[in-house]
Design a protein. Structure first.
Length: 292
């Protein structure tokens, strides 16, 4: 029983990290119907920003993590303004080419600045035994921050004027513009918020594993899978999809070798979309079209 309690704990942490990154992914898609495949690479940059501030500049980790989140949010704003907005009304494949270019650019920047080696945060880890369940101070911090992030996100989306504008723009960006909502401003806010969430998830992933520039592709694939599981167009669907993915990975390797971890996760994805192609929490038929 202690073993499975440990697996469940690890699943919640892993799934929460995937889900938090996927929520940012899903928010951008809900507004623009645009699949931002560079999102995982933005999360990777968030990991490195925190590393630069905490290890290289030797700031306290919490301050460094907050600084990394802010820097990543501004990175998201710059990417939207420079790489994506000029292509908003272009041929629908043009933004996809831009996405690939942004992903390669961010990976190249990380390689040039921090090198291709494996790095890690300088965070002291202490383990606690709670009735046979082993949990570290880092994992406790991750769980608390994940919970706070979800609560704050819910409050922002559901209880604030900005959240109402985001939901209105997600429902119909043209109609939102007609009633006086500045759609460009909302798009920037969503990119910044999504990038900030990616930075939080990326930093947590760096704490749980290590930092390397090539991790961006893996994060992109897992978070995209979480979005598909949860359902495109549902902001909270990515969080649910991430949890499903985390449980699939960690419970699956209790009966199969660890090398099958990714196969198990994407196998569950295939099963879900086979029986429910719209995802677990999809509420409506997605509109086709281009990045708008």
């Amino acid at each position: 029983m202690d073993y499975y309690s440990q697996v469940i704990l690890n699943s919640i942490i892993t799934g929460g990290i995937y889900g938090l990154i996927a929520v940012g992914y899903s928010m951008i898609y809900s507004i623009l119907r645009f699949v931002n495949f560079s999102h995982g690479f933005v999360a990777m940059m968030g990991m490195y920003f925190t590393y630069a501030l905490s290890v290289q500049l030797q700031l306290p980790f919490f301050i460094a993590a907050a600084g990394g989140i802010v820097l990543t949010a501004f990175l998201g704003m710059i990417i939207e303004r420079v790489a994506y907005r000029p292509l908003r009304f272009s041929f629908y494949l043009a933004p996809l080419v831009a996405v690939v270019g942004v992903a390669f650019f961010l990976e190249s920047v990380a390689l040039m600045v921090w090198g291709g080696g494996i790095l890690s945060y300088d965070v002291k880890t202490t383990s606690f035994n709670i009735s046979g369940l082993y949990i570290t101070n880092v994992q406790i911090g991750i769980l608390i921050t994940l919970l706070l992030s979800v609560i704050l996100l819910y409050y922002l989306i559901e209880k604030t004027t900005i959240g109402q504008a985001i939901r209105a723009t997600a429902d119909d960006i043209k109609m939102a513009s007609l009633v006086g909502i500045n759609s460009n401003r909302i798009v920037v806010i969503v990119f910044m918020l999504g990038s900030a969430l990616a930075a939080v998830g990326g930093t947590f992933l760096g704490l749980e594993t290590n930092l390397q520039p090539t991790i961006g592709l893996s994060v992109t694939a897992k978070s995209f899978a979480a979005v598909i599981l949860g359902g495109f167009g549902n902001i909270y669907g990515g969080l649910v999809g991430g949890l499903v993915l985390g449980f699939a990975e960690n419970l699956g390797v209790t009966v199969l070798p660890t090398v099958w971890k990714d196969f198990i996760a994407f196998g569950v994805l295939f099963i879900v979309i086979y029986f429910k192609p719209s995802g677990l929490l999809a509420k409506r038929q997605e509109r086709g079209g281009r990045y708008r």
